[in-house]
Design a protein around this ligand. Structure first.
Ligand SMILES: Cc1ncc(COP(=O)(O)O)c(C=O)c1O
Length: 424
C-alpha cells in the first residue's frame, strides 16, 4: 500500500525546479501544453471496441447476456453474490433507499461534502436529508458528526468514500448497527478501494458503484448496486425495470416466458449490453488502472509537496487501498494574491483540464432554500468547497503529462504567491 511522505520530493519526472523564471500563460507565457488535456478521459482499449462491435452484430443491445456477464465478473472481483447492473450510480442509490424501505417521514444522514446525487435520491423517496460535516483530516464524513445527527427518525446513513479514500468504517458500521439504521455506501469513487484489507462492496447491506465516463471503470454511463441480502437484491432488480417480475432476457430469449406481472410501479434503470461490453474489459484492467493512478498520485505529491500555497490530499492508512479516482488539492488563499477560481482559470490557460469536486450540497440553492442553511453550519465542508479543485490523473495520461500538470500548478501558484513576485 502506498504511504507517501509529503515532505519527500522527487525529481523523477525531470521537472525543472527553476519556477522563478517560469512565466504562466495567464501572464503572457507559453502554455505548459500545446494541446488541452481533457479531465478524466477514459482509457479504452481494442478489447472494449471489439466487444462493442460484437454486441452490435449480435443484435442484443439492451440488457442481456453481456450485462449478466459483467454482473458476474464484478461479483467475482468483489467477492460478493448479488450484483445488479444499472444505468447509473444515482439509480443504485435510489433503489438502495427504496429496497431498504426508506420513505416519507424518515431521515437519512448524508455527508455535506459530496456530489448532489448522493442527496437528491433522498429527496426522490420523500425522506429528509440530514447533513453531517466532513472530518478535519480528509474529505470524508466525520463519524462523530454522523453520531450527532442520529434521531429516532433516522432510517439510513449514506457514506461516500471520497476520491477513493475509504471512510472510517470500523466506527461507522457499528454505529449504524447499534442504532438499527441501514448503512448505504456511495462508492461512486471507490471501485477497487479496500478498507482494512476488505474490498468496498463487502462491508454493508448496500453499496453503489458508478461507471460514469470519468470513473475508474468507465462505460460512458452505468452503475451497479451490490446487496448483501438476496431479498433486497430481488426487490431492487424488479424496481429497476418497470416493476416487472421478469426481465427482457427472460421474456424474449429462446427459453423465455412472455408473460410478466407488474408488481411495483418501477423505473427504467437497467444497464445495456452495449455499456456492459465496455465494462467487461475495463474491469479486467481495474487493478492496473489503480496502480497507475497510485503512481501518478505519488508523483503529484513528490512534485507539489513543497508548495506552501497548496494542501495535498490525504493518503491511505497502512491496511487500506486508495482507488485514487480523484486527486483533489486545496489552495491556501491566505498565502495567495487571488482566490481558488483565479488559480483554476490560470491552470486551465496552461491547457490543463481540471474540475471542482465539489461545492458542499447544503451550499446549493435548492438545499439552502429548502432547509434554510447558512454559512458556518458545515465549517469543514465549506472550507473544502471554497478551496478545492481536482487535478487529472487518469491512466490515459503519461508520466510526462503528470509532470506537465504539476508544472502548470507550480508556475501558477508561484506567480500568485504573496510576497515578491518571482515569475516576473
Ligand atoms: C459521490 C458520487 N455519488 C454519486 C454519483 C452519481 O454517479 P452516476 O453519474 O453514475 O449516477 C457521483 C458521480 O459523479 C458521485 O461522484
Amino acid at each position: 500500500m502506498m504511504k507517501t511522505d509529503k515532505k519527500v520530493r522527487g525529481e523523477r519526472a525531470g521537472e525543472p525546479r527553476h519556477a522563478d523564471v517560469d512565466r504562466p500563460a495567464v501572464a503572457g507565457g507559453k502554455p505548459v501544453r500545446d494541446e488541452f488535456l481533457i479531465f478524466g478521459q477514459p482509457l479504452i482499449g481494442d478489447e472494449e471496441i471489439a466487444e462493442v462491435v460484437a454486441t452490435l452484430r449480435s443484435g442484443w443491445l439492451s440488457t442481456g447476456p453481456r450485462t449478466r456477464q459483467f454482473e458476474q465478473d464484478l461479483g467475482r472481483y468483489l467477492g460478493v453474490e448479488h450484483v445488479l447492473g444499472l444505468n447509473s450510480c444515482t439509480a443504485a442509490l435510489h433503489l438502495a433507499l427504496l429496497s431498504a424501505g426508506v420513505g416519507p417521514g424518515d431521515e437519512v444522514i448524508v455527508p455535506a461534502m459530496t456530489f448532489a446525487a448522493t442527496v437528491n435520491v433522498v429527496e426522490h423517496v420523500g425522506a429528509r436529508p440530514v447533513f453531517a460535516d466532513a472530518a478535519a483530516d480528509s474529505y470524508n464524513v466525520d463519524p462523530a458528526a454522523i453520531e450527532a445527527c442520529l434521531t429516532p427518525r433516522t432510517k439510513a446513513i449514506i457514506v461516500v468514500h471520497f476520491a477513493g479514500l475509504p471512510c472510517r468504517m470500523d466506527v461507522i458500521a457499528p454505529l449504524a448497527e447499534r442504532h438499527g439504521v441501514v448503512l448505504i455506501e456511495d462508492a461512486a469513487h471507490a471501485l477497487g478501494t479496500e478498507y482494512h484489507r476488505r474490498k468496498i462492496g463487502t462491508l454493508s447491506d448496500f453499496t453503489c458503484f458508478s461507471f460514469y465516463v470519468t470513473k475508474n471503470v468507465a462505460t460512458g454511463e452505468g452503475g451497479a448496486l451490490v446487496c448483501r441480502q438476496a431479498d433486497a437484491d430481488e426487490r431492487a432488480r424488479i424496481m429497476s425495470l418497470h416493476g416487472m417480475d421478469l426481465g427482457a432476457w427472460q421474456r424474449y430469449s429462446k427459453h423465455g416466458n412472455k408473460h410478466y406481472e407488474v408488481v411495483y410501479p418501477g423505473y427504467k434503470y437497467n444497464l445495456t449490453d452495449l455499456a456492459s461490453a465496455i465494462g467487461i474489459h475495463q474491469l479486467k484492467r481495474l487493478d492496473e488502472f489503480i496502480e497507475i493512478r497510485t503512481r501518478y498520485a505519488r508523483m503529484m505529491h513528490d512534485l507539489l509537496g513543497d508548495l506552501d500555497t497548496l494542501l495535498l490530499p490525504e493518503v491511505e492508512e497502512q491496511d487500506d487501498r486508495h482507488a485514487w479516482h480523484l486527486y483533489p488539492v486545496m489552495v491556501r488563499p491566505e498565502a495567495l494574491t487571488v482566490g481558488r477560481d483565479e488559480v483554476m482559470e490560470a491552470v486551465t490557460r496552461e491547457n490543463i483540464g481540471i474540475g471542482v469536486h465539489y461545492r458542499a450540497v447544503p451550499m446549493h440553492k435548492y438545499y439552502r432554500e429548502k432547509y434554510g442553511f447558512r454559512r458556518g453550519q458545515f465549517p469543514r465542508a465549506e472550507f473544502i468547497s471554497d478551496r478545492t479543485f481536482s487535478l487529472p490523473l487518469q491512466p490515459r495520461m503519461t508520466e510526462a503529462d503528470v509532470a506537465q500538470v504539476a508544472r502548470a500548478v507550480r508556475r501558477v501558484l508561484v506567480h500568485y504567491a504573496k510576497g515578491p513576485r518571482r515569475s516576473e
